[in-house]
Design a protein around this ligand. Structure first.
Ligand code: FAD
Length: 404
């Protein structure tokens, strides 16, 4: 048996299957996913998809792709156990699949809301197509919607639902929106735009419990006693990696499955990629787990190369995008520990970028409606170039000249 089995048919799993064929892998490729649909793009779920009751999912690849590339896609199939010594997987409900190489692409799931009332009907999180359909249906009949969490998914949904005429309140425990992801200037701009479009935003506010009637949610209560009426509560408080299979198989697991720079786990012949993988990032030496399409796709390509015996080290530049209403946010690099920010452009024009420095080194750029800065940033970081601050302050043309 020379098969590669991939568990999880999301962005990472599908790309790994495709890349194995692109790299000339001639053995069996079995892609196992527990969702019933043809694997689909996740980002639209919090954006355009919710607006339209007739919306269809956007497949990552058409059905023919799997046939033409001899990829054995097994939908609606859940793996319940990995026997790494026997090189075999147990299928939930019966049956087994043998493997030589195994790629874990099990992704992440929405963090659960562990408060009283968290299990009432009308409380939803968004991770899958099924979740998006359910939120879409409930949102059409809910007079008031409360979104817990001012992260990307919560704010994208808030913008979309407000544009559909719904009454939306976002509740965020931190003192600002998007606190883990972007600079204060970007977060403030996003807040103003959402508020101008009718979204109510409460920062520095925590929900203590949810109140219901006949099992259905009716209100969210803040810890200071304020009652926010809600027929739909959407929980967007982050994601946790799906590591149960890996942990019980004995792989090293922290906040994700630990991998090296070739996506290899602690057990020979088993790799992990995408939202579930935790690794030391080449850009800042931090051990982290990223949740983005870029990360899933680039790690999948690298894992395929590792399987066919090409040993590249992971060197992709991290980037991410988010569409919040008509604001196009694009982030490149890793900016968590940066100490200086330089703003380029004008927040009043709805078009600006924030350049993040750690000491003298440019670590990343957040852009709002300024795609050229983002694309240049991807090239600059890939090249390991760090422009002097004066060059950035002098403007985009000067920056382009310095990099050329
Ligand atoms: P996933 O896509 O989550 O796929 C994992 C799959 O594995 C799932 O189908 C899961 O059901 C399956 N699985 C898990 N366990 C098993 C098992 N035991 N057996 C079989 N199957 C299993 N990123 C961006 O860059 N830009 C965006 O704008 C953006 N928007 C997003 C909007 C939403 C609503 C969501 C949910 C995510 C968004 N992301 C965005 C993040 C991006 O979609 C993820 O980073 C990406 O999907 C990760 O890919 P993955 O393959 O690692 O995991």
């Amino acid at each position: 048996n020379d098969s590669v089995v991939i568990i999880g048919a999301g962005h990472a799993g599908v790309q790994a299957a495709a890349s194995l064929r692109e790299e000339g892998f001639g053995g069996g490729v079995i892609l196992v996913g527990d969702e019933p649909e043809l694997p689909y793009h996740k980002p639209p779920l919090s954006k355009s998809f919710i607006k339209d009751s007739e919306a269809r999912s956007q497949p990552l690849r058409g059905e023919r792709f799997y046939l033409e590339n001899a990829i054995d896609l097994r939908r609606g199939t859940r793996i319940s156990r990995i026997d790494h010594r026997g090189r075999v997987l147990d299928i939930d409900g019966g049956g087994t699949i043998a493997f030589k190489h195994l790629i874990l692409a099990t992704g992440s799931r929405a963090r659960a809301l562990e408060i009283e009332g968290g299990d009432l009907s009308g409380v939803r999180s968004l991770r899958s197509l099924a979740d998006a359909r359910s939120i879409g249906e409930l949102s059409r009949i809910a007079a008031e919607i409360v979104i817990l969490g001012g992260g990307f998914i919560g704010l994208e949904l808030a913008a979309t639902l407000a544009a559909c005429g719904r009454s939306v309140t976002v509740v965020e425990a931190a003192d600002r929106l998007l606190s883990r992801a972007v600079s204060p200037a970007v977060a403030t701009h996003v807040r103003h735009r959402l508020e101008a479009n009718g979204v109510r935003i409460l920062t520095g506010t925590s929900i203590g419990r949810l109140d219901g009637n006949s099992g259905k949610v009716k209100a969210a209560l803040t810890t200071s006693g304020k009652r926010l009426p809600a027929e739909l509560v959407i929980v967007g408080i982050g994601a946790v990696p799906n590591v149960r299979l890996a942990r019980t198989a004995g792989l090293t697991v922290a906040n994700g499955i630990a991998v090296d720079d070739g996506m290899r786990t602690s057990l020979a012949g088993i790799l992990a990629i995408g939202d579930v993988a935790v690794y030391k990032h080449w850009l800042n030496d931090e051990t982290l787990r990223l949740e983005s399409v870029q990360n899933a796709t680039d790690q999948a390509r690298l894992a395929a190369r590792t399987v066919v015996g090409i040993s590249d080290a992971y060197s992709a530049v991290p980037w991410f995008w988010s569409d919040i209403g008509d604001l196009k946010l694009q982030m490149v690099g890793l900016t968590a520990r940066c100490d200086t920010q330089i703003l380029l452009g004008d927040t009043g024009d709805d078009s600006f970028s924030v350049f993040h420095y750690l000491g003298d080194r440019l670590m990343g750029i957040d852009s709002v409606n300024r795609p050229a800065d983002h694309m240049l940033g991807r090239k600059i970081l890939k090249a390991g170039f760090s422009p002097a601050r004066q060059t950035v302050i002098a403007g985009s043309d000067e920056l382009k000249r310095a990099f050329a």
